[in-house]
Design a binder for this molecule. Structure first.
Ligand code: NAD
Length: 331
């Protein structure tokens, strides 16, 4: 049984090949993204395995179905890049990895906060240049600060626990309150109150309700000079509005692991090319902006879990046409 991988990186091959010894699938890797131009690469496979920036549109689903593909296996949690209705109509099963080491992403959100606040990235470069001055490196204590968390699912929950452990007060917004978190001190509030905190961290999925959740109006509800962290999906933030917020000082710090237009940039070395995206260039020009290229998931533990869960999902779907984990089966 063949699984064709798209957007495959060397580390995907390492982890999937190593965990495939338990399954014995025929794994074929393509570096290119899956989209309407590359779907022709699919040949005699029952499953394709895709990642965050593959574009599985209705047309791609139709062509996959014509080629006999029965399963689209996402090797990630988010699924905003797959047309689920189209897949369902064509009887293609779509599965994902709903919870792989949520701590990996939560810890990266914390790393962005710590770096932006204590400026260790700047200190590292300074000290290497024998500049031991502290001017410009002033930070603030996290202890006692109020953190606004938007989305308290697997990752948001792990993040709330970490922030409580650091002595912060945690205010959350979600469509469903989590009683486990309430029991340990997290309080739920309307969005405007959660935005009016010292640090706002986004952990909700990207969908029609959350696209541009952070826009000119909601940036106006933030505490002036607050920190905004996004490790979820780029489309949650209206980048143009964020740039205006940074220019006016309304946003005091911005840490992002995801970016609206990341599919044209992330996961490749563009160091020798002229970047045409003026918005990311503008963002990179701010001293109080920190960008990482969608690496929050990138830990040894998370990659092992992603590989085993994805292969297990495909195996179960082939054998039983269903999955024991309801959260893993999207359609
Ligand atoms: P999850 O499904 O466990 O939790 C999402 C939470 O968001 C749920 O509690 C849900 O009720 C809430 N939510 C849904 N709509 C909302 C809304 N309109 N307003 C507020 N809350 C809302 O998902 P998760 O595993 O915690 O992952 C969260 C997101 O993180 C994923 O959707 C994915 O986009 C992103 N992610 C990023 C990386 C990375 O490497 N940067 C890795 C994994 C996941």
């Amino acid at each position: 049984m063949k699984i064709i991988f798209f957007s495959a990186q060397p580390y995907d091959k390492d982890f999937f090949n190593s965990h495939n010894t338990d399954f014995g699938f025929d794994l074929v890797y393509h570096k290119s993204q899956l989209n309407e131009q590359t779907v022709g690469l699919v040949d005699h496979a029952e499953a394709v395995c895709v990642f965050v920036n593959d574009k599985v549109t209705a047309l791609v689903c139709r062509q996959l179905a014509d080629k006999g593909v029965k399963i689209i296996a996402l090797r990630c949690a988010g699924f905003n890049n797959v047309d689920l209705e189209a897949a369902k109509a064509l009887s293609i099963k779509v599965c994902r990895v709903p919870a792989y080491s949520p701590e990996a992403v939560a810890e990266h959100a914390l790393a962005l906060i710590m770096t932006l606040n204590r400026k260790t990235h700047k200190a590292y470069n300074r000290v290497r240049e024998q500049n031991f001055s502290l001017n410009g490196l002033l930070g603030f204590n996290l202890h006692g600060k109020t953190i606004g968390v938007i989305g308290t699912g697997n990752i948001g929950k792990a993040f709330c626990r970490m922030m409580l452990g650091l002595g912060c007060q945690v205010k959350a917004f979600d469509v469903i309150a989590n009683t486990e978190l309430e029991a340990i001190g997290v309080t739920y509030h309307p969005l405007s109150d959660v935005l009016n905190t010292d640090i706002v961290s986004l952990h909700c999925p990207l969908n029609e309700q959350t696209r541009y959740l952070i826009n000119t109006t909601t940036i106006g509800m933030m505490k002036p000079g607050a920190m905004l962290i996004n490790t979820s999906r780029g489309g949650l933030i209206d980048t143009k509005a964020a740039i205006q917020g940074l220019k006016s000082g309304q946003i005091g710090y911005l840490g992002i692991d995801v970016y609206e237009q990341e599919e044209h940039l992330f996961f490749r070395d563009l160091s020798g090319t002229v970047i045409q995206d003026d918005e990311i260039q503008r963002l990179m020009s701010f001293p109080n902006v920190l960008i990482t290229a969608h690496q929050a998931f990138f830990t040894d533990e998370a990659l092992s879990q992603i590989a085993t869960t994805t292969l297990n999902n495909v195996d179960q779907l082939l054998k039983n046409g269903n999955l024991t984990s309801r959260a893993a089966l999207l359609v």
